[in-house]
Design a protein around this ligand. Structure first.
Ligand SMILES: Cc1cc2nc3c(=O)[nH]c(=O)nc-3n(C[C@H](O)[C@H](O)[C@H](O)COP(=O)(O)O)c2cc1C
Length: 232
């Protein structure tokens, strides 16, 4: 797959940390609960990102997706467009592709992402597959973003979210993106995550505030580096 080069330099200094250009952040919520814990955490990310001057859009996957990915051979139209009648296309072209960064906010369902959120990733296939007339645009827009992950779960043990973290890490690697942070809050009833003594709302707000400026490194054996992380 031919994807754009990552935005970080070999030394791991993100291009986004030294530019004043307004960054676009998409916050995508994968829970059906509008006042749920993922949505509560997403609002905190939004607050922080807006404080830092980003242009932020918060959308619920439920408003855009009403079908799983199908077999493109049976539902791709003659002109190459996807024939699934929902608002995924709008989400993908108007919000996802133009975004410099995306924060995926999902409840933990069965130790994985919610089906809504997983369907978001699967449905991108309709547009980046070579059989779509504008697949090059999709490939370019999908690559080189900053990525964040925000999770709400009932359980507190670290292992409950490892599968999801791994999936998003692989997604980021595959798309030459920078996976800059994870926040997880525990709660079950709507908004209960605010009572988590670990302070996930504060962490989420901080993730939003630092999203485009946070130092990101992912070295290889031959990566030039000074040996210092913070320059002190
Ligand atoms: C179908 C389903 C599966 C769930 N699976 C898990 C799970 O595997 N581990 C866990 O800690 N919580 C699990 N939960 C609890 C939710 O993660 C938790 O209630 C979360 O706060 C919901 O987030 P929301 O308010 O954004 O929907 C599950 C809830 C549902 C409805």
């Amino acid at each position: 797959m031919n994807l754009r080069a990552p935005s970080s330099s070999p030394a791991g200094i993100s291009a986004s940390s030294h530019t004043n250009e307004t960054k676009k952040l998409l916050i995508l919520v994968g829970s059906p609960r509008r006042e749920g814990n993922s949505a509560t955490l997403a609002s905190a990310v939004k607050l922080g990102a807006e404080e830092a001057g980003a242009e932020v859009e918060l959308r619920f996957v439920d408003d855009h997706i009403s079908s799983f990915l199908r077999d493109c051979r049976t539902c791709r139209r003659a002109d190459g467009e996807c024939d699934i009648q929902d608002r995924f296309r709008e989400l993908f072209y108007e919000a996802f592709l133009p975004a410099d960064g995306v924060v995926f906010c999902s409840p933990v369902y069965w130790y994985g992402l919610s089906a809504q959120m997983k369907a978001f990733f699967d449905r991108t296939f309709c547009y980046y597959a070579a059989s779509h007339p504008d697949s090059e645009k999709a490939l370019r827009g999908m690559s080189g973003k900053r990525i964040g992950l925000v999770l709400a779960s009932e359980e507190t043990y670290p292992g409950a979210s490892l599968g999801i973290v791994h999936q998003i890490q692989e997604y980021s690697r595959y798309t030459h993106s920078e996976f800059v942070g994870v926040v997880r809050g525990a709660g079950n009833r709507r908004g209960e995550v605010a009572a988590d003594p670990g302070g996930p709302l504060e962490q989420a707000e901080r993730l939003g505030r630092e999203f485009f400026g946070r130092k990101y490194t992912d070295y290889r054996l031959d990566t030039p580096r000074s040996g210092k992380v913070w320059g002190v």
